[in-house]
Ligand binder design. Structure first.
Ligand SMILES: [Zn+2]
Length: 258
């Protein structure tokens, strides 16, 4: 490990050499490298994780540049390719694995147990439910993050200890609004990702973080913390039913209206 690279973390007083080495042995998956995911991927690369996997089937478009870690030269390129190239420049010591694909049930099952942490950089509920199911099934912590309009929310989900996504997100939901329909302030995804990343980093370091949901209102400058309890009726973490890992969600593509 190049300790000069991590000099500012080492003098911070929050990390010992052993913590940095633990982080440097970690494997992280970032699902979706859009506004939140591209920022989180950069931060995990800078923290020096051993292996950073990124999954996203999209190409960079001009409307992404307002808030995502891409530039004009990336337009039309696969997001995973542009991100991997960029991350290798940010920290050449890490290994970056690219998956130009959706994170469907098949992908989740075929990579089960490969990661120490999964970071949600997606913008849809169904992919989050797939992440949640594989996380609970394999005991892998994940970080839920979401950004829309001037708001954001994020939460750590640690199987066996905190509530899971299905504990607090009811199954019956109406049509989900997206950033392309109602917009997003350009600083919000990066702000949410930067805060949510801290939860992930602390999990990799071995800290016990809470399972509270954090709500950000970037316009009013408020950050609230709300406790979420494990739901004893939760189909996923209480009853072990993993509907989103079945064939029904094989090939699930959030870009196609379901
Ligand atoms: Zn649950």
């Amino acid at each position: 490990m190049n300790y000069l690279y991590h000099a500012r973390h080492l003098v911070l007083g929050r990390f010992g050499q052993a913590d940095l080495e633990r982080i440097a042995a970690s494997r992280v998956m970032v699902v979706g490298v859009g506004g939140t995911g591209s920022t989180a991927a950069r931060l995990f690369a800078e923290a020096g994780v051993s292996e950073l996997s990124i999954a996203d089937p999209d190409v960079v478009s001009i409307s992404n540049l307002q808030r995502q870690q891409y530039s004009t030269g990336d337009i039309g390129r696969k997001k995973v390719s542009a991100t991997a190239e960029y991350l290798k420049k940010v920290n050449p010591e890490i290994e970056v694995k690219c998956y130009d694909t959706v994170f469907d049930s098949g992908f989740a099952l075929s990579h089960a147990g490969e990661y120490d942490l999964i970071f949600d950089g997606t913008d849809n509920v169904t992919t989050r439910r797939i992440i949640n199911d594989i996380s609970v099934k394999t005991g892998t912590p994940w970080i839920f993050s979401s950004a829309i309009e001037t708001y954001g929310e994020f939460k750590a989900i640690i199987p066996g200890r905190t509530s899971c996504y299905a504990c607090f997100m009811p199954e019956l939901e109406g049509p989900q609004q997206t950033c392309s329909q109602i917009g997003v302030l350009n600083s919000v995804p990066a702000t949410v990702a930067s805060l949510a990343y801290v939860l992930g980093l602390r999990i990799l370091k071995g800290d016990e973080v809470s399972g509270d949901i954090h709500f950000l209102d970037a316009w009013d400058m408020t950050l609230e913390k709300i406790k979420t309890l494990k739901n004893p009726q939760c189909p996923v973490c209480s009853h072990g039913s993993f509907k989103y890992l079945t064939d029904q969600y094989s090939g699930f593509d959030p870009r196609i209206v379901q």
